[in-house]
Design a protein. Structure first.
Length: 462
């Protein structure tokens, strides 16, 4: 059995570096580390030495990406440079941060391809994968992923949203089988039984899986105990450094273990923000959770403005539609109301069920049309920020968050307050004085309570 020496304290310097496969997931990971009292910064592009020098105390560094919606060919062209830059910082753990609902397929957002690219940059003889995150209502049991919504738990291939995801529908909850479609790499599992039998049993199971072929090793997380033990297994088994494709479950597991050793504060906490007079929000999410949040916002005084997708995708009608949205949202702000511009309300919205026809009418593929919708939301938000002195904004939808945040002249983000689990309130760092200090929330489709947009307005943590 190989030796996995237990640490006596956290080392100085960088503890973890990660590349996020979308922007909302990237802020989710940043929230966990920040709440643990570990200084964390998220860059919106690969940082140079000057950018890194602005954050000398950072214990965790991330880069927000967009690979969740990209092809394997795109990943092969773009990810190596990001991984190389992060590996050059010599973190003990290099993470490819994935969504806790494992959004991926062989053709789009291939987690397997990302692993095959990333393991080259650290010397480890295993690649841990931690996906379960009980705080986010995500649970992995004997390699199968479950998620709760509306107080009810579902195996992911029977989940009301993920089983019908428009791009990467989940038809297999066993993550070993799902991932094997994306890589030829060996895949193993340390399930909850050895985790609950103690550190020695878990180490022995892991030692039976390690190898020069650098297998992926999934680690079950069902509850606080298995979460802590998953963190122990990864941290004490990191050796000279490992690459891990994991959700923020990795951050939660590490923090739980470090907390159990007394190395970080005993209770995770973030400051509260307080209210602002008005916010602006945009949503490109098709999730029923976000649909419920839009309905709540409409019933509570928000100016909810539907984007005309046919118009925004039309070459000759796009500019007029964007101008209409910015003008209508501006009128709401002037009247003291918070505008919320959205592209759809849930998976059964005609804008979703008829999207292929709308895209075809504009002469676009589905993927190109979806990206154009995100760009239109970004241009709408940029137009509002250029003409109104807004302190706080919200963006719903993983792909939309990436498009919008990338268009706002923001170099980096840090967490400034708690909000919904997985969607903290962030502070923008920018050379543009109109953007520097802007507060923003990037929300995944499944995240947040019904009154989420009201919580952002009032600065309430849910």
């Amino acid at each position: 059995m190989s030796q996995l020496p237990e640490s006596t304290a956290l080392p100085d310097g960088l503890l973890l570096a990660y590349y996020g496969d979308d922007f909302t997931g990237s802020t989710d990971a940043m929230e966990v580390m920040s709440a643990a009292g570990l200084s964390t910064v998220l860059f919106l592009r690969t940082p140079d030495a000057a950018m890194l020098a602005r954050f000398p105390e950072a214990r965790c560094i991330g880069i927000a990406g967009s690979s969740r919606g990209r092809s394997p060919q795109w990943m092969e062209a773009q990810l190596p440079a990001a991984f190389e830059a992060l590996a050059a910082l010599h973190p003990p753990l290099l993470q490819y941060k994935v969504c806790s609902t494992f959004d991926s397929s062989p053709e789009t957002g291939s987690i397997g391809r990302a692993i095959d690219l990333g393991v080259r940059y650290l010397p480890g003889d295993w690649s841990p994968m931690v996906v379960g995150a009980p705080r986010l209502k995500r649970y992995q049991l004997f390699g199968n992923l479950f998620a709760a919504v509306g107080g009810e738990g579902y195996r992911l291939d029977r989940h009301p949203t993920m089983s019908r995801h428009p791009v990467t529908p989940m038809d297999e909850a066993d993550l070993r089988r799902h991932l094997q479609r994306q890589t030829t790499r060996r895949i193993g599992l340390v399930d909850m039984l050895p985790l609950r039998d103690g550190a020695l049993a878990a180490r022995e199971r892991l030692d039976g899986l390690r190898g020069k072929d650098v297998p992926v090793v999934l680690v079950d997380v069902l509850d606080d105990e298995t979460q802590r033990e998953a963190g122990r297994l990864v941290w004490e088994g990191r050796g000279e450094g490992v690459f891990s494709a994991s959700s923020s479950g990795l951050q939660y597991a590490l923090a739980a273990y470090w907390r159990s050793r007394g190395w970080i504060a005993g209770q995770p906490a973030l400051p509260q923000a307080g209210p602002v007079p008005v916010i602006a929000a945009v949503s490109g999410s098709c999730s029923p959770v976000t649909a419920g949040q839009i309905a709540w916002a409409r019933a509570h005084g928000f100016a909810c403005l539907r984007m005309d997708l046919a118009a925004v995708l039309g070459e000759h009608t796009r500019a007029a539609e964007l101008a209409r949205l910015v003008a209508a949202a501006g009128e709401a702000i002037a009247a003291g109301r918070s505008p919320l511009v959205f592209s759809a309300e849930g998976p059964d919205d005609p804008a979703v069920t008829g999207f292929d026809a709308i895209a075809a009418g504009a002469g676009l593929s589905r993927a190109d049309a979806a990206r154009q919708v995100g760009v239109a939301l970004a241009q709408t938000m940029r137009g509002l920020l250029d003409t109104h002195a807004l302190q706080r904004i919200a963006i719903a939808g993983g792909d939309s968050s990436g498009e919008v945040a990338s268009a706002l002249d923001i170099a980096a983000l840090s967490v400034c307050a708690g909000m919904a689990p997985g969607a903290p309130l962030c502070r923008a760092w920018s050379d543009n004085p109109r953007r520097d200090g802007l507060e923003l929330v990037l929300k995944g489709g499944q995240i947040g309570a019904p009154g989420f947009f009201g919580d952002v307005l009032e600065g309430r943590a849910s």
